[in-house]
Design a protein around this ligand. Structure first.
Ligand SMILES: [Zn+2]
Length: 257
């Protein structure tokens, strides 16, 4: 089969020589993938409207030697409301960046695709961006196999019932007093923050706007997820750097991608 179809959301688009664009997309069928949109940077290109970041489009792709290229593009949803203000476009860019950071090429994951799509919808609709992003982060971690342990000690498995709890990003969740005392870079959170995180994991994304969260706990939740994400992204980025170096040593492979 020389051509095939994907339903994809554009993560990012980069201009290349001769009005071409290289897109990174996330599709239902193939997960993350880099594809070429020939001539898409020309003002009169028919593909132009379908290849912008955050567009949900149907692409017919033609197999290429290195990257597959778009032969037809049809916009399904442009999420134009995302571009209405800085808050929404920044949130959407962050969501796309995390999807890019936590996924590998050609590893489709329906749950991640649905999460991405629903999150863009919620941001576009102008909901409470902060909580939408926290829920997105938590669920993305979960679908990437990194859901933090929130009931038992991550090291010795004892049940945790304290009101102030210790969290170890490196250990992947809560720690009991005994274990926390022996580890470095442990953070302290209130029980309420952990309970909110558990609720996020239990509830559908679209129901979470009903969750009333005090400001102090929102800040804690933000801190917890950010630290945990940074820890894993850093680990992941190191792997990517290694892959890039490896790629550059293979003759005939372009280094400008
Ligand atoms: Zn323990």
């Amino acid at each position: 089969m020389k051509t095939y179809k994907i339903d994809a959301i554009v993560l990012k688009a980069r201009d290349m020589r001769e009005a071409d664009k290289i897109l990174t997309v996330y599709s239902i069928q193939k997960g993350k993938q880099r594809i070429v949109a020939h001539g898409a940077a020309k003002p009169n290109s028919r593909k132009r409207g379908a290849v912008q970041p955050f567009c949900f489009s149907e692409f017919m792709l033609h197999r290429g030697r290195e990257l597959d290229s778009i032969s037809q593009a049809e916009l399904r949803e442009g999420f134009s409301e995302l571009r209405l203000d800085l808050d929404r476009i920044t949130a959407a860019a962050y969501v796309a960046e995390l999807i890019d950071g936590f996924t590998a090429e050609e590893e489709p994951n329906q749950s991640i695709f649905r999460l991405f799509y629903s999150t863009l919808h919620l941001i576009a609709a102008g909901g409470q961006t902060g909580m939408i992003l926290r829920a997105f982060e938590a669920k993305l971690l979960g679908y990437s196999g990194l859901q933090p342990e929130l009931n038992h000690c991550s090291l010795c498995d004892v049940e945790i019932q304290d009101t102030k709890v210790s969290f170890g990003p490196q250990q992947g969740g809560l720690l009991c007093k005994g274990c926390a005392g022996l580890e470095k870079q442990i953070m302290k959170f209130s029980r309420g923050t952990i309970e909110i995180l558990k609720t996020i994991y239990r509830w559908e994304l679209t129901k979470l706007h009903q969750l009333k969260v005090p400001e102090a706990l929102k800040r804690e939740l933000h801190m917890l997820l950010r630290t945990y994400i940074e820890y894993h992204l850093e680990k992941r980025l190191k792997t990517t750097e290694f892959m890039d170096r490896l790629y550059k040593t293979i003759p005939g492979r372009g280094t400008n991608m």
